[in-house]
Ligand binder design. Structure first.
Ligand SMILES: Nc1nc2c(ncn2[C@@H]2O[C@H](COP(=O)(O)OP(=O)(O)OP(=O)(O)O)[C@@H](O)[C@H]2O)c(=O)[nH]1
Ligand SMILES: [Mg+2]
Length: 459
C-alpha cells in the first residue's frame, strides 16, 4: 500500500498555518488557533482519510520566528560543507536544542515531508526576513508551494509577494482567502501539488476527486436537512380554543410557545448543518455565525424584517397577502386562522362513513383556531439556511464577512413558486410536522416533496 503523502505546513508565525490545516481537513477542533504569535509549539500530524486509510498526512509546524539569525548561523558553519551538510550539522548541534529550537523542529519536519505548503500572510510587507525564511526552508531541498493567505484583504501585497517568490524560483503559488470559495481553491491546490510531485500525481488527483464527491454529498445532505425542516415547520401547527384567544395574556403565551418551538427546531437543524461541515456548535468559528448568535432568531418574527424579506425574496408576488401581516404585530410570520386543514381532513374522513362522529368533530373545530407559520417566515428561514450553508461551504473563518456579502440572497419566481407549492402540500399533512412522527405510509410522499424543496433551494 502506498505511503500517505506527507505535506508540511510551514511559514512565519501567525500566517494561518493551523487555520489552513483545519480547513483542509475540515476539522475545526484541530490544534490551537489564536491571534498571538507562537501558538503552535510542536509538530502535529493529522491524516486525511480516503476509503478508510490516510491518503495524506498534514504536518502542522511551529511558526518561524527568527530565520535571518538562523540563516547567518548556518552560513557561518564550516565553509567546506554542502548546503545539506550544513543543515545536518546545525540540526545535530547545540543551537538546535537552544535558541533555534522552534526552527529546528520545522526543518526536521520538512526533511521528513514530501512537500510543504509555505503559508504567507499576504497583508505583510515582504520584508527581507521573509526572504530569509524561504532560503532557510530551501536548505531542505523539498518542493515548496506558497499559499498566499488573506489575499482578498485590502492591504494584501500580492504583486510584491509574487516578485519575492519569483526571485526564489517559486513561480506557481496558490491564492487563498476566507472570502473566496474554498472548494475551487482546494481543487487547484491538489492539481498544483501534482505538478510539484509528479510521481504522486495520480494519488493527488484521487484526493481531489474524493473531496469533490464529498463536497457534493455534503451539499445534498445539507439541502435535505433544510428541506425536511421547512416542510416540518410548514406542517406544524397548534390549535387554540377560540375562547382562550380573548385573554391577551393567554394568547401571548401560546404565540410565544409556538415561536419558541420553531426557533428550537431551526437551531437544532443549524447545529446539524454545522456538524455536517465539521464544526461543533461551540467552536469559535461557529459562535461567530449570526445564525447562532441570536441575530437571525430575533429577525424571524419581526414584522419589518419579514416585510422587507418578502420583497427581497420575491415572495410578494407569489404569496400575495400573506405578507400583509394584518394588524397584530405579535403575529408577525404566523397565521392564526380557522382550523381549515384539520377540518378538511376530518371532513374527508366523515364523508367516508364516520357519520355522526365526524359531524361532532366538525362542530368542535368551529371553536378552534390554528397557529401556523406563514410562507414569508418559511422563506426567510430558507434564505437564512442557504446563507449559512454558503458560509460553511467556504470556510468557518471570517464567516461574518462571508455572510455580509451574501446577505442579499434572493429567490427567483420559479423557486418561490416551487417552495410555496411544497409548503401548501405540507400544511395538509399534519404528520409531517416537526413535532409529529412521520408514518411509514407518508414517508415516500414527504421525501418526494423534500426533494422538490431541495431542488428549488439548489437551483
Ligand atoms: N479572517 C481570517 N483570519 C484568519 C485566516 N487564517 C487565519 N486567520 C487568523 O489568523 C490568526 C493566526 O492563525 P493561526 O492559524 O493560529 O496561525 P499559525 O500560522 O498557525 O500561527 P502559529 O501557530 O502561532 O505559528 C488567528 O487569529 C486566525 O483566526 C483567514 O483566512 N481569514
Ligand atoms: Mg499554528
Amino acid at each position: 500500500m502506498a505511503k500517505p503523502i506527507a505535506l508540511a505546513l510551514v511559514g512565519h508565525t501567525n500566517a494561518g498555518k493551523t487555520s489552513l490545516l483545519r480547513t483542509l481537513t475540515r476539522r475545526a477542533d484541530f490544534g490551537e488557533v489564536s491571534n498571538r504569535p507562537g501558538t503552535t509549539r510542536q509538530v502535529e500530524a493529522l491524516g486525511l482519510r480516503i476509503d478508510g486509510r490516510d491518503a495524506l498526512r498534514f504536518l502542522d509546524t511551529p511558526g518561524l520566528e527568527d530565520a535571518p539569525a538562523l540563516l547567518d548561523y548556518v552560513q557561518q558553519l564550516d565553509a567546506g560543507l554542502s548546503r545539506e551538510q550544513r543543515l545536518q550539522a546545525f540540526l545535530r548541534g547545540p543551537a538546535a536544542q537552544d535558541e533555534f529550537e522552534q526552527e529546528a523542529k520545522v526543518l526536521r519536519c520538512l526533511l521528513e515531508a514530501d512537500a510543504a505548503l509555505l503559508v504567507i500572510d499576504a497583508r505583510e510587507v515582504p520584508l527581507p526576513k521573509f526572504a530569509s525564511e524561504i532560503e532557510l526552508l530551501m536548505l531542505c531541498a523539498r518542493p515548496l508551494m506558497p499559499v498566499l493567505n488573506f489575499v482578498c484583504h485590502p492591504h494584501a501585497q500580492e504583486p510584491a509577494w509574487r516578485r519575492l517568490l519569483a526571485d526564489h524560483g517559486l513561480h506557481a503559488y496558490l491564492r487563498f482567502d476566507a472570502v473566496a470559495p474554498f472548494v475551487g481553491a482546494e481543487q487547484h491546490l491538489y492539481a498544483d501539488l501534482g505538478a510539484l510531485l509528479p510521481e504522486r500525481r495520480e494519488a493527488l488527483t484521487a484526493v481531489a476527486e474524493h473531496l469533490r464527491r464529498e463536497a457534493q454529498a455534503r451539499r445534498a445532505a445539507s439541502l435535505t436537512l433544510m428541506s425536511d425542516l421547512l416542510l416540518g415547520l410548514a406542517a406544524y401547527r397548534e390549535t387554540i380554543q377560540k375562547a382562550s384567544l380573548a385573554d391577551p395574556a393567554q394568547k401571548a403565551r401560546r404565540i410565544a410557545a409556538f415561536q419558541a418551538q420553531v426557533l428550537a427546531r431551526s437551531r437544532a437543524a443549524q447545529i446539524q448543518l454545522l456538524g455536517l461541515h465539521g464544526f461543533g456548535p461551540d467552536s469559535a468559528e461557529a459562535a461567530e455565525l449570526p445564525a447562532l448568535s441570536g441575530r437571525w432568531e430575533s429577525e424571524l418574527f419581526n414584522a419589518e424584517v419579514l416585510k422587507s424579506a418578502g420583497k427581497r425574496l420575491g415572495a410578494g408576488a407569489a404569496i400575495g397577502g400573506a405578507i400583509g401581516l394584518g394588524l397584530d404585530v405579535a403575529l408577525a410570520g404566523l397565521s392564526l386562522g380557522a382550523a381549515a386543514t384539520v377540518g378538511a381532513a376530518i371532513g374527508g374522513v366523515a364523508s367516508q362513513g364516520l357519520g355522526a362522529v365526524g359531524r361532532s368533530l366538525g362542530n368542535k373545530l368551529r371553536g378552534i383556531a390554528e397557529l401556523s407559520l406563514e410562507d414569508s417566515a418559511l422563506l426567510l428561514l430558507a434564505a437564512q439556511g442557504l446563507t449559512l450553508l454558503q458560509a460553511l461551504e467556504r470556510r468557518g473563518h471570517a464567516a461574518l464577512e462571508v455572510l455580509q456579502i451574501k446577505a442579499e440572497l434572493a429567490f427567483n419566481a420559479e423557486q418561490v413558486a416551487a417552495l410555496a407549492a411544497a409548503f401548501r402540500v405540507a400544511r395538509a399533512h399534519p404528520d409531517w410536522a416537526v413535532t409529529a412522527q412521520l408514518s411509514p405510509s407518508e414517508a415516500a410522499q414527504q421525501q418526494r416533496h423534500s426533494k422538490a424543496v431541495a431542488t428549488a433551494l439548489g437551483l
